[in-house]
Design a protein around this ligand. Structure first.
Ligand SMILES: [Zn+2]
Length: 242
């Protein structure tokens, strides 16, 4: 299923902020792979507290958006995907605006990273059937992460990759750790399993959650029976198996 394995783990983080660099260091340390969804209209934007998006206790953290000239190098071991130009709430936008928000972001990312971009995460996780259909028919994007979470890694959602519901948010340890234990305990699953973990790296910085999350990375990594891939890599397996 996933390159000869029945289990896969992938990560997805949004908004392209400085905190991504800390996350990438951690993912790289444990051989984990992720997808980073960025707003190219906000690259290089300086974020100063108080910012309504970052109402977290650690007010010293730098949540500024990563600059265009850094994108390729910062994300070189991972995938970069679309999060719209300006973090737009797509179900509220016109058809033309939905397509513009996705396509302009996609083309700018491609010009920065030098490979085809085929995936996205919806700002606020907000998507509906009209938006998913517009994207399917007018762009090369074929997968998109929505919310809410499913907490079910047996549901691969092969028929709904453009409104994919992830397994669990990374900063919910009460759900994340029991799910990880369940995932690890499955030695020969009958059905393929995908553990899809998502969030915003500024949440780890803001809530001083890095140490706890590193415990998770350590626990889930280095297993012979598990494929560790970017969103695109695991979704390609799901799509090809259909
Ligand atoms: Zn976002």
């Amino acid at each position: 299923m996933f390159h000869g394995k029945m289990k896969a783990v992938t990560f997805s983080f949004d908004d392209g902020v400085q905190d991504d660099k800390i996350m990438i260091k951690m993912l790289d340390k444990y051989g984990l792979k992720g997808t980073f969804n960025i707003n190219t209209g906000r690259m290089g934007l300086v974020r100063r507290q108080p910012d309504p998006r970052f109402t977290t206790p650690n007010h010293d953290a730098d949540h500024s958006e990563i600059a265009a000239e850094e994108i390729k190098e910062v994300y070189k071991n991972h995938e970069v995907a679309v999060h719209t130009v300006s973090h737009a709430r797509l179900p509220k936008a016109t058809d033309e605006e939905v397509i513009r928000q996705v396509e302009e972001d996609r083309k700018t990312i491609e010009s920065l990273v030098g490979y085809d971009v085929v995936g996205m995460a919806y700002p606020y996780g907000d998507v509906d059937d009209r938006v998913a259909k517009l994207i399917a028919e007018n762009t090369p994007i074929w997968y998109g992460r929505a919310i809410p979470d499913t907490s079910d890694f047996y549901d691969l959602q092969a028929d709904n990759l453009l409104q994919y519901r992830p397994t669990v948010h990374f900063s919910k340890p009460d759900v994340l750790f029991p799910l990880a234990e369940k995932f690890l305990a499955e030695k020969n699953p009958e059905k393929p399993m995908l553990l899809y973990v998502w969030g915003h790296t500024y949440e780890a910085e803001g809530y001083e959650y890095w140490d706890k999350f590193e415990e998770f990375c350590k626990m889930i990594s280095g297993k012979d029976d598990t494929f560790y891939g970017t969103n695109r890599e695991v979704f390609e397996c799901i799509r090809n198996a259909k």
